[in-house]
Ligand binder design. Structure first.
Ligand code: MG
Ligand code: MG
Length: 252
């Protein structure tokens, strides 16, 4: 069931989203060769709690940690552990925070030291694909218009889209209806209305985005070992256009 948020609820979602944004800013300087993904998780969890929030993903659908740390060909739901980041890695840190029962959700891919020219493009294009999707998230458009915008951008850059994992509504649950695929046809799917809050989170590869899921039922990797980047914002759909809730304050 899709819920439409009141202005009061959007204010709470903004607080949660802003803590997610601040957590990303906090962790960024730590993303260097030698740090373990477990240490990144611990630092993020401490920071989220210091802001009066709880980590949304801890215990969510069986996920054991506060944040997801997905390195290189790990597509999503990387479980933090003893892996030490190496120069040339890329890592997606997916962060969720809950404030007074309302969530924010944003994943971002970071370069560890010097990355390949191909990965630089992968990061740049995937981030741009997210903003193409956000631009399409307007009152009167449909869910399929968001996916269409992302898919057209990805195709224009000869990239492959992960289809198994999709964006979603965000509210008092971190994953709510509707599902928001990162591919689609113009003018199809649910109508976008004022008060909808959704996470858009394209995952793209420069090669094949075919994937397999580990026995834990959570963590996904690409079949051919190619790297995947992901950028995600939680946004509110308003009559004045989309507002990014997990971005810089000055952005709304
Ligand atoms: Mg996320
Ligand atoms: Mg999400």
């Amino acid at each position: 069931m899709v819920t439409y948020k009141s202005p009061r609820e959007i204010e709470l979602l903004k607080v949660a989203g802003n803590v997610v944004y601040q957590t990303h800013q906090y962790i960024k300087p730590f993303i260097k060769e030698g740090i373990t993904t477990k240490e990144i998780d611990r630092l993020c969890e401490e920071f989220i709690r210091s802001k009066g929030c709880t980590p949304s993903f801890k215990g969510c659908e069986g996920f054991p940690n506060a944040v997801c740390t997905s390195v290189n060909d790990c597509v999503v739901h990387g479980v933090p552990g003893d892996y030490k980041l190496k120069n040339g890695d890329i890592i997606t840190i997916d962060i969720g925070a809950c404030y007074k029962g309302y969530h924010g959700d944003s994943g971002w891919t970071y370069a560890v030291g010097d990355i390949s020219e191909e990965d630089k493009l992968l990061l740049k294009y995937t981030e741009e694909a997210l903003y193409e999707g956000i631009k399409a998230a307007k009152v009167g458009n449909r869910v399929g218009d968001i996916g269409y915008a992302i898919e057209q951008y990805a195709l224009a850059h000869d990239m492959d889209i992960v289809e198994e994992f999709v964006g979603h509504g965000v509210g008092t649950d971190v994953h709510e209806d509707p599902q928001v695929p990162h591919y689609g046809d113009k003018g199809t799917g649910m109508l976008l209305k004022e008060g909808m809050v959704i996470a858009i989170e394209p995952m793209l590869s420069m090669h094949s985005a075919e994937l397999y899921i580990l026995d834990d039922g959570l963590t996904a990797f690409t079949e051919d070992g190619s790297n995947v980047a992901q950028y995600e914002h939680t946004i509110a759909i308003t009559k004045d256009g989309p507002i990014i809730l997990t971005g810089d304050d000055s952005n709304g």
